[in-house]
Design a protein around this ligand. Structure first.
Ligand code: AMP
Ligand code: MG
Length: 321
């Protein structure tokens, strides 16, 4: 499954030549390229159709490398790295001049992370440097959680197969300055980070419509091909009374009649997150007129995890600006 040493060596060679290789992480599959090569980074933006205003996360093999890529590596970054790396936490710090400006979308900061996946770590080790790794999907669409998902978007791309991603949604992104702020929610929640830092961590996932003035805040993102809506139980009944085929994502065991189709979702947030993108893709595969996602019954004890799930659901169901 991709961890084959000869395949890793081949992938590392391709990356050294400025090429692109998709690789598994615990969150989603990444589109890897040499983070220190402006040409390789340009290929990533071009292949994804990614706006130049949306910065890339730089993946590294260990925290030691973070210190040389950061212009400043504050004590709080060190503490978060020690507590959560390898893992689904991306830390935004001032960028060193070694980082091409395209990686940071022209900004003064860089986002760094050590992924928790043996294939990603082998690849980073064999390559011997930092790799950008945005989700390996066309910009704005559903992120891939299997190698087959990557191939469906990019049939000619080299993909290291590391099985199904266990987290299933993108990393938590945190900025530390002027105070700790979560820019993108994920399965590592504000509460857990606040306990490590010993001070409050706020969520600051402001949404911006239209052309992105600021990174990572596009209202519409993670979108399936069919139009998707978020609805409650009563709204769902009304939609199902029509004769347009609807793919329904719900945790309830609904007995749906053709032409509608049920895609059963888990009831707990971590499992929901892990299943989400594959479920959106499964829904799309039936070419429905509409994907109706029933608003999950959220549990206040797991508010932080549900917040990460709801962030993805609201962006996946927002029509493109
Ligand atoms: P993706 O690679 O598709 O998971 O997206 C990477 C995300 O990381 C961006 O959309 C931003 O939310 C975030 N990000 C990357 N670099 C920075 C940065 N320098 N400052 C703030 N957020 C960043
Ligand atoms: Mg993405």
């Amino acid at each position: 499954v991709g961890a084959d040493p000869s395949e890793i060596m081949l992938a590392a060679e391709r990356l050294r030549a400025g090429g692109l290789v998709a690789f598994p992480t615990e969150t989603v599959y990444g589109l890897g390229a040499d983070a220190l090569s402006p040409e390789a980074v340009a290929r990533v933006f071009a292949l994804k159709g990614r706006p130049a205003t949306n910065p890339l996360i730089v993946h590294i093999a260990d925290a030691a490398l973070a210190r040389s890529l950061a212009g400043d590596w504050p004590d709080e970054a060190e503490r978060l790295a020690a507590a959560f790396w390898p893992g689904p936490l991306t830390i935004v710090v001032p960028a060193s001049t070694a980082i091409p400006r395209t990686v940071t979308a022209g900004g003064p900061t860089v986002a760094l992370r050590v992924p928790d996946h043996p294939v990603a770590l082998s690849l980073l080790g064999a390559f011997g440097g930092p790799l950008v790794g945005p989700s390996a999907n066309p910009s704005g669409r559903t992120s891939p959680t299997t190698a087959a998902h990557v191939r469906s978007g990019y049939p000619d791309l080299m993909v290291l197969d590391g099985g199904t991603c266990r987290t299933g949604i993108e990393s938590t992104v945190i900025a530390l300055s002027p105070s700790p702020r979560i820019l993108r929610p994920g399965i590592i929640t504000a509460d857990v980070i606040a306990r490590t830092l010993g001070r409050p961590v706020e969520y600051s996932t402001r949404t911006i419509d239209g052309p992105a003035q600021s990174p990572g805040l596009q209202r519409a993102h993670y979108a399936p091909a069919a139009p998707a809506v978020l609805c409650d139980q009563a709204q769902l009944e009304i939609l199902l009374a029509g004769d347009q085929p609807i793919a329904v994502l719900t945790a309830r065991a609904l007995d749906l009649q053709a032409p509608h189709r049920l895609i059963r979702m888990p009831a707990t947030p971590a499992a929901y997150a892990a299943a989400l993108y594959a479920s959106l893709r499964a829904a799309d595969a039936g070419a429905p007129a509409l994907i109706a996602i029933e608003r999950p019954q959220t549990d206040s004890r797991e508010a932080g995890l549900w917040l990460a799930v709801m962030d993805r659901l609201s962006r996946a169901t927002a029509s493109a600006p």
